[in-house]
Design a protein around this ligand. Structure first.
Ligand SMILES: Cc1ncc(COP(=O)(O)O)c(C=O)c1O
Length: 444
């Protein structure tokens, strides 16, 4: 019989047969250990509070030096290494934020490091990790391949492999957020925590429930990054297929052994939010709060906007905005999708006269409505009707659903042939008409 410890992916710190118990005292010790070495981020009242009908506070973890909370766990783990471990150095595999945090803090502390990132990791995160001074190796088409390579190399080089979401010292470090939140918003009724592999949620939940047991703790995932929901439903760490996600930081196909074990009894409920709401949340946070957050960090606000927390109306709620590392291309797409989902970016076809003045007439109608034309492509060959007409494929910007309705009515009144893509109206004001999440896994 083979010994599981001979497997290159065996990690004594994250052994499902011997899960480590995380205690509040360890989190408190971590908080003292890392003090002054990571940013104690503000927890600010959100301007969107009134619109969302609650006192919403944002724990601004994107203000960490590498733009993400992951530094907490990394710094705590590095501070606990013995001299021999410091000499050989540390290794990790990560799609982004853990990589940046490990590269940055190990360089600061003079500890050798090697971080393996899959070749398709977000460019912002690769650049950030490289700039931090660590050794970055791009390897593998997936996180699983990168991890296998990193663990094999770490064993060969006697480096310590630090699992970014399951090492017990990492979980303790992430839990320091819970201590700060209770200090900063003592009357908090509920906290919404993004969940990927689970270190942020497990650590924070343990701290919060110790300090304020009546504060509700919710884990939030997206409909493409739901491994924790699946694991809790089935009561085992199942592997889910990974699809590209706007919340790439949460894209873990199997949750941690320690996080899974420690979560129970501390997290009230898991909630799944659709990714189109995440795009809208990113857009609203930029417009209303004037800060940029990445998809993983926006899931809590997205879930509120989607109406998944109707019972939190009038309550004091903290959303952990866990990071701000988003590629310019992903951000552009998120904004476009957000605008489209809110009826502010509209696509339609209309057939107009192809004689002089036909296009000008459409333009002046749009101008009189205050609608901005973004794009206009003429189609002359595959059009029915008379040869002196042209079909225009038009993309315009409006102020929202009511304005879009005005546009649709004006086009219908002035033109015979038109086509508007079907639009599903849903307001970003607390998700009118939406009930509680049906896709949630109750933890009790
Ligand atoms: C920005 C951001 N938020 C949340 C998470 C989820 O953290 P965890 O894997 O500990 O659940 C991550 C993980 O990388 C992240 O990068």
């Amino acid at each position: 019989m083979t010994n599981p410890k001979d497997d290159p992916e065996y990690d004594e710190w994250c052994d499902p047969d011997n899960p480590r118990i995380i205690k509040y005292d360890d989190i408190l010790a971590a908080s003292r250990r890392i003090e002054g070495q990571i940013v104690k981020t503000p927890c600010m009242r959100a301007h969107m509070s009134k619109r969302l009908g609650m006192e919403l506070y944002l724990k601004e973890e994107f203000l960490q030096a590498t733009g993400c909370f992951k530094e907490r766990g990394v710094r705590n783990t590095l501070l606990l290494l013995n001299e021999e471990q410091k000499k050989y150095g540390v290794a990790a595999a990560s799609t982004g934020n853990h990589a940046g945090a490990l590269a940055y803090h190990s360089a600061q502390m003079g500890i050798p490091s090697m971080v393996v990132m899959p070749i398709h990791a977000p460019i912002t995160k690769i650049n950030k990790a490289e700039r931090s001074g660590g050794k970055i190796v791009l390897h593998g088409a997936s996180m699983a391949e990168a991890k296998h390579y990193a663990m094999t190399m770490a064993k060969e080089k006697k480096m310590m492999y630090i699992n970014g979401y399951d090492h017990p010292n990492v979980i303790e470090g992430q839990g320091t957020i819970g201590i700060e939140v209770i200090e900063q918003v003592p009357n908090v009724d509920a906290i919404l925590v993004p969940c990927g592999g689970g270190s942020l949620l497990a650590g924070t939940a343990i701290a919060i429930k110790h300090l304020k047991p009546d504060c509700e703790v919710y884990g939030v995932v997206t409909d493409k990054t739901y491994s924790m929901v699946e694991a809790l439903k089935k009561n085992e760490r199942v592997t889910i297929p990974l699809e590209p996600s706007i919340a790439d930081g949460l894209a873990v196909n199997k949750v941690g052994a320690n996080t899974f074990h420690n979560m129970r009894g501390f997290v009230d409920k898991m909630v799944v939010v659709r990714e189109d709401w995440v795009a809208r949340a990113i857009m609203h946070v930029i417009e209303e709060e004037k800060v940029v957050i990445e998809g993983a960090a926006a899931v809590g606000i997205a879930a509120i906007m989607a109406g998944l927390f109707p019972h939190l109306k009038g309550k004091t709620v903290v959303a952990v905005c866990s990071g701000g590392n988003i590629d310019a291309t992903t951000l552009t797409r998120a904004l476009e999708r957000g605008m489209a989902a809110e009826g502010r970016l509209v696509k339609f076809k209309v057939t107009v006269s192809d004689r002089p003045g036909g296009l000008a007439e459409l333009c002046s109608m749009l101008a009189s409505l205050g609608v901005t034309m973004r794009d206009c492509v003429p189609e002359r060959a595959w059009v029915k009707g008379d040869v002196f007409s042209v079909q225009l494929k038009v993309i315009v910007e409006t102020r929202g659903w009511d304005h879009t309705k005005e546009l649709v009515e004006a086009i219908k009144k002035h033109y015979k042939e038109y086509f508007f893509q079907e639009m599903e109206r849903s307001d970003a004001s607390g998700g009118a008409g939406r009930g509680p999440c049906h896709n949630s896994a109750c933890m009790q």
